[in-house]
Design a protein around this ligand. Structure first.
Ligand code: DUC
Ligand code: ZN
Ligand code: ZN
Length: 492
C-alpha cells in the first residue's frame, strides 16, 4: 500500500507561539508537508488524541562535552546530553565551542564538530566562546566561521581565564555586527566578585553558600548596564544570558523601552532555586553552585514577570553538568573552598516540564508564550527560524507530543543525563512530553531512545531576524557625523 506521508500525527491539538487548533500533521522527508483535518495515511501513524503537539524545544544555552578553562570536562557528552534533552521535549540544542586562551577558534570548532557528529540524536548548533580575540582570530577565523553558519559569539565579563576587557568586547561587538552574528554576554562585574571573594576567604568563609555572597546582585546589574552601554555605542545587538536579579531585569527592560536591540534570557535555577539551597548540609550546597547564583524569592518573582511581560525572549537551561564527585564539583578535593567548586547545574531535561507545570498550568504564562520562550523566539533570534521552532508547512518536523495531565516526580533515576543528581529531586510536575520527534523520526517515546547516535545534524544558521532591523536611531554617532568622522561607526 502506498501512503500519502511518511508519518501522520493525528487528532492532537497543535500549538504554536500564536495559535492553537486541532489538526493532523503530515510529514515526509523530515519536513511538515501538510496541516489539516482528515489527512491521508502515513507509513507511521501516531494518535495524539487528548495530547498537545508543540514545536520541539530549542535549548539555546547548554554546555555539552565542553571543557572549562580549568580543564574539567562536562559530565554529558553529545549522546547523553541530546538524549536527555529529547526526553524533556527539546529537539535542538545550542552548545558552546569554547576557545581558551592560546587556542585557534577554527580548531576548537573542528574538534567540537568531530565530537558531536557521531553521538547527537537531535539537531544542534554551536555558539563560539571568544576568550582570546587575537588579530588572527578577529581578522580571519571569525568571519569565516560566522559565514559557515556559527552566527553567535559568547563573551564573558568575569572569570580570570575567560573575561575580556571593554576594549576587547567592543572589538567583538563591531565584528559581530559587521558579519551578522549575535553577541551573548555573561554579565557580572569581575572586580566586585573578586573583592568580595577575597574578603570572604580572609575570614575563612569558604562554604558553598558564600559563592552566593561573592556573586552579588549588584555585580550583575552593573555589568549588564555596562554591556548595554558598549552595545549602544556600536548599535550592536546583544543577548544577556542567565539573568538572575531584579536590577538586571530593570536594566534590560529600560534598554528595550529605548528601542535598543537587547535580548534577555533566564533559566530554571532562577525560578525554582534560591541562595538558601547553597546552604545545605556539609558540601551539598555545591550541587547548587552556579554563576550567577540562585537568589531570593523576590528575584524569582521578578524573573516570572520578565518572562510574562516580554522583557525576556528566551528560557534556556544553562545545563552545566558536573557530577557531585571528584570528576566534577569536587575535583579540587572533598571540601573545596567555594571558588574551587565547578560552576553549574543540570537542567536540559526538566527545563520545559518545569516551565509548563509552574508557568502554564500555574497560570503565570499562557501556552503560546511558553512555546515562544522555549522554542520559537530562540529560533528566530539565533537564525534557525522557520526551519526550527514552529509547526508550519516546510519546517522541520520537530514535534513534542505532550500529555498535559501526566504527573511526574522529578528524580535522578528517571532522568537521562549523566550528572547523578538533580537540583529538583522530589519536585512534582504536571505535563510531560511522551513522544518526541526530530525531522520526522521518533527520537524518544515514553523515555525510551528510538534514534541512532549520530542521527542528529549540525544546523547551519542564517543571518537572524534582528539583522533585518536597525536599532534605535544611532545617536552615539551624531557628533562623529557632524565632524565628518561617521565612518568609524558606519564601517564597523
Ligand atoms: N556561565 C554559564 O553560562 N554557564 C555555566 C557557568 C557560567 O558561568
Ligand atoms: Zn555564563
Ligand atoms: Zn552557560
Amino acid at each position: 500500500m502506498t501512503h500519502s506521508f511518511d508519518l501522520v500525527v493525528r487528532n492532537g491539538t497543535a500549538v504554536t507561539a500564536s495559535a492553537s487548533s486541532r489538526y493532523d500533521i503530515g510529514v515526509s522527508g523530515g519536513k511538515v508537508m501538510a496541516l489539516g483535518e482528515g489527512l491521508g495515511s502515513g507509513r507511521v501513524e501516531i494518535d495524539a488524541t487528548a495530547k498537545l503537539v508543540l514545536p520541539g524545544g530549542v535549548d539555546s544555552h547548554c554546555h555539552i562535552e565542553q571543557k572549562t578553562a580549568a580543564g574539567i570536562m562536562c559530565a554529558d557528552d553529545f549522546l547523553s546530553g541530546t538524549v536527555s534533552a529529547a526526553c524533556g521535549g527539546t529537539t535542538t540544542v545550542m552548545s558552546f565551542a569554547a576557545q581558551h586562551r592560546g587556542m585557534s577558534v577554527t580548531e576548537v570548532v573542528a574538534d567540537y564538530h568531530e565530537r558531536a557528529r557521531p553521538k547527537a540524536v537531535i539537531d544542534y548548533a554551536f555558539h563560539l566562546i571568544i576568550a582570546d580575540p587575537t588579530p588572527e582570530v578577529m581578522r580571519s577565523e571569525l568571519p569565516d566561521l560566522i559565514r559557515q553558519g556559527h552566527r553567535s559569539l559568547k563573551v564573558f565579563m568575569t572569570y580570570d581565564r575567560l573575561r575580556l576587557d571593554d576594549y576587547q568586547i567592543l572589538e567583538v561587538l563591531a565584528l559581530a555586527r559587521r558579519e551578522g552574528a549575535l553577541t551573548m554576554v555573561h554579565a557580572e562585574n569581575h572586580d566586585i566578585i573578586r573583592w568580595l571573594k577575597e574578603r570572604l576567604l580572609e575570614r575563612d568563609h569558604v562554604a558553598p553558600k558564600f559563592h552566593a555572597v561573592s556573586h552579588h546582585a549588584l555585580a550583575e546589574r552593573d555589568a549588564i548596564s555596562r554591556m548595554i552601554t558598549l552595545a549602544e555605542l556600536l548599535d550592536a545587538p546583544i543577548l544577556i544570558v542567565h539573568v538572575s536579579t531584579e536590577g538586571g531585569v530593570d536594566t534590560i527592560r529600560s534598554a528595550r523601552a529605548r528601542g535598543l536591540r537587547v535580548y534577555g534570557e533566564t533559566c530554571p535555577q532562577y525560578l525554582f532555586l534560591t541562595a538558601d539551597d547553597l546552604d545545605r548540609e556539609g558540601m551539598l550546597g555545591a550541587k547548587y553552585c552556579c554563576s550567577p547564583p540562585p537568589r531570593a524569592v523576590a528575584a524569582q518573582k521578578a524573573m516570572w514577570c520578565a518572562l510574562a511581560d516580554g522583557t525576556f525572549q528566551v528560557f534556556s537551561s544553562d545545563h552545566a553538568p558536573f557530577r557531585f564527585d571528584a570528576t566534577g564539583k569536587l575535583v579540587r578535593g572533598p571540601s573545596p573552598p567555594f571558588p574551587e567548586i565547578a560552576n553549574g547545574v543540570p537542567g536540559l531535561e526538566v527545563r520545559m516540564p518545569l516551565l509548563f507545570s509552574e508557568g502554564v498550568l500555574g497560570g503565570r504564562i499562557d501556552i503560546h508564550r511558553f512555546v515562544d520562550l522555549t522554542a520559537t523566539r530562540a529560533a528566530k533570534i539565533y537564525g534557525l527560524f522557520p526551519q526550527k521552532g514552529t509547526i508550519a508547512v516546510g519546517s522541520d518536523a520537530d514535534l513534542a507530543i505532550w500529555d498535559p495531565e501526566r504527573l511526574v516526580t522529578l528524580s535522578t533515576e528517571a532522568l537521562h543525563d549523566n550528572v547523578g543528581y538533580t537540583p529538583y529531586e522530589g519536585r512534582r510536575v504536571k505535563g510531560w512530553p511522551v513522544t518526541v520527534i526530530s525531522r520526522g523520526r521518533v527520537v524518544v517515546h515514553e523515555g525510551r531512545l528510538e534514534a541512532e547516535p549520530g542521527s542528529g545534524r549540525f544546523i547551519t544558521r542564517c543571518p537572524p531576524e534582528w539583522a533585518e532591523t536597525e536599532g534605535r536611531s544611532h545617536d552615539a554617532a551624531a557628533l562623529a557625523r557632524r565632524f565628518g568622522a561617521e565612518k568609524i561607526f558606519s564601517n564597523l
